[in-house]
Design a protein around this ligand. Structure first.
Ligand code: GDP
Length: 559
């Protein structure tokens, strides 16, 4: 039973204000919303949201179906739960139509839809993100009530957080006699996922994928969470779809499952995505039914494309097949020229260019050998905080560097720091493919030293002026529209156009400005070396005289 304070928290209202609103809607409520079914609570919530703020974008944009991925530790029941949920939406007559899984399924509950991504697990979830797209709106974290929070549960939490995806917890296997849901809730507390009934914000639902107990409530809560997210899309807008999975079918040729994010896809439309393109020949939904068109949040298997798409790849529409082919070929060529390098390698050193513009944070995944070293290193990294940059610990855990660490680093544009632990060999290969830098240390001071250095690279660049040349003014000329040009003789170094100049008369500096003009005879040149004569124009300084000394400087970055 939902309590008033819970609803108030969900709606970001004070309990008092919510009670007032409820009264204005003709509902008497004190502490609980007893007598209301979950559906009625949801409708109530909807009407309150409407009353509170008429969303300006509501006119053009439609609320769209939420996309959900199940995450969690192995064997905690993700696959079983997904199957159970799918079954709730399949009528007996339809069973025969489902001959193969297409990578995502649409479940209908109380007249509303929810799309589930078929491949559960945070690896697939983050791999997609690493390859360019995020499709998941809500993560359902599956935790077995008899096992509790396990290492991959923690990974899943961090992966969802890194993707900024809200988490709904499904405490599974409550049919088991060893089930202890309260223990799970206590554990969740530690990971900042305090359950609602304990005064936190996390929705926790107790379920059994086996007996199907609690499934309705889980779907209910997913819809509730989705409503709060106000997921919008524009069915008339620019078309955009993400590849969920692709496979080669012996008879049908390349098949790709696209999840439509915006716009509507129809048979006969021309699509292009990466190096794949083509005219849509058929659209098939997850139940094996042929569709004529598909709108936002619909997963559809598309036939007619030249290649299978890569998960995470984006497809758009093209005006003509010719145009689509051209675009696809250009992409192919680009990929070849780049040597199929997908992304720049992020290293401690290169972080500087990558991040300085935006967040000024170094995303790091930390793997260590013991709980003690994990705690100590986390403290050290957090205390390395500079005024301008900080280490953002995306994930920290004990154990070898695994595939999901690499994918998380790739998706977060971060690095992996391993301390006294090895790297699973398949992860090394993946790290190479995904261009992820793994830094290994055995000594804490070395790690600190390295990171400090990279942090210096992350700081705003500082420049110092370094003198690069000197020239004596031998004569001056006034040239219309340009100003005074100093006929000079270079006595040391060089004069470079665009560099900074200071003009000295004896010991006194009389002017400064940029070398805006530099000529050898009548020709514009970019630099002139020692022993040569040239014409120098110092921008904004026309009082230059015979006998002055021009000193030229270059700005060099200080590390
Ligand atoms: P996954 O690795 O997270 O996808 O887990 P699976 O769905 O493969 O489930 C692992 C095992 O737990 C299987 O033997 C399931 O039959 C069992 N299982 C899943 N859900 C439940 C449940 O609610 N109750 C019980 N008793 N067993 C379950």
């Amino acid at each position: 039973m939902m309590r008033v304070y819970q609803l108030a928290r969900r709606l970001n209202l004070s309990t008092g204000n919510l009670l007032k609103l409820l009264t204005s809607l003709g509902i008497e409520a004190k502490s609980s919303l007893s007598g209301l079914s979950p559906k009625e609570v949801r409708q109530l919530e909807k009407s309150i949201l409407k009353k509170r703020k008429p969303s300006p974008k509501a006119k053009k944009l439609l609320l769209r179906t939420p996309i959900v991925t199940l995450l969690g530790h192995v064997d905690h029941g993700k696959t079983t739960l997904l199957d159970a949920v799918r079954q709730t939406s399949v009528a007996k007559e339809e069973v025969g139509g489902i001959t193969q899984k297409i990578g995502a399924s649409e479940v209908e509950f109380q007249g509303e839809k929810i799309v589930f991504i078929d491949t559960p697990g945070h690896e697939a979830f983050t791999a997609m993100r690493a390859h360019g797209a995020q499709v998941t709106d809500i993560a359902v974290l599956v935790i077995a009530a008899d096992d509790g929070v396990m290492p991959q549960t923690v990974e899943a939490i961090d992966h969802a957080r890194a993707a900024k995806v809200p988490i709904v917890v499904a405490i599974n296997k409550i049919d088991k006699s060893e089930a202890n849901p309260d223990r799970v809730k206590r554990q969740l507390n530690k990971y900042d996922l305090t359950p609602e009934e304990w005064g936190g914000k996390t929705i926790c639902v107790e379920v059994s994928a086996l007996t199907k107990q609690g499934l309705d409530e889980l779907l209910e809560m997913i819809l509730l969470e989705a409503e709060m997210l106000e997921l919008a899309s524009d069915s008339d807008g620019d078309f955009r779809a993400v590849v969920i999975e692709g496979e080669m079918d012996r008879q049908k040729g390349p098949c790709s499952t696209l999840l439509i994010q915006n716009g509507t896809l129809k048979i006969g439309d021309i699509l292009v995505g990466g190096s794949s393109f083509g005219k849509v020949r058929a659209l098939i939904n997850w139940k094996g039914k042929k569709l004529k068109e598909a709108g936002p949040s619909t997963p559809v298997r598309v036939l007619g494309l030249s290649d299978i798409g890569t998960p995470g790849g984006i497809f758009r529409k093209a005006e003509s097949e010719r145009k689509a082919r051209q675009l696809a070929q250009a992409t192919k060529k680009e990929e070849r020229e780049k040597g199929l390098v997908k992304r720049e390698l992020i290293t401690l050193e290169s972080l500087y260019q990558e991040q300085v513009k935006e967040k000024k944070a170094l995303n790091a995944i930390l793997k260590t050998d013991t709980q003690g070293s994990l705690r100590a290193l986390t403290d050290v990294l957090n205390n390395l905080e500079d005024e301008e940059v900080k280490i953002n610990m995306v994930h920290g855990a004990i154990g070898e560097v695994n595939k999901s660490d690499i994918l998380l680093a790739a998706a977060s544009k971060g690095i992996v720091i391993s301390f006294n632990v090895g790297t699973v060999s398949e992860s090394l290969t993946l790290a190479k493919d995904e261009r992820v830098d793994i830094r290994s240390y055995q000594v804490i001071y070395e790690m600190i030293d390295d990171i400090k250095k990279s942090m210096q690279g992350l700081l705003e660049p500082q420049y110092e002026e370094v003198e690069i040349g000197e020239a004596e003014v031998r004569d001056t000329f006034r040239i219309p529209k340009v100003g005074v040009v100093a006929g000079s003789y270079i006595t040391a170094g060089k004069v470079v156009r665009g560099s900074k100049a200071k003009v000295f008369r004896g010991d006194e500096m009389v002017g400064e400005g940029m070398v805006s003009g530099l000529k050898r005879f009548d020709k514009d040149v970019s630099e002139v070396l020692t022993g040569l004569e040239c014409g120098v124009n110092v921008e904004g300084f026309n009082e230059i005289r015979k006998g002055d000394l021009i000193r030229v400087y270059e700005a060099r970055r200080v590390r």
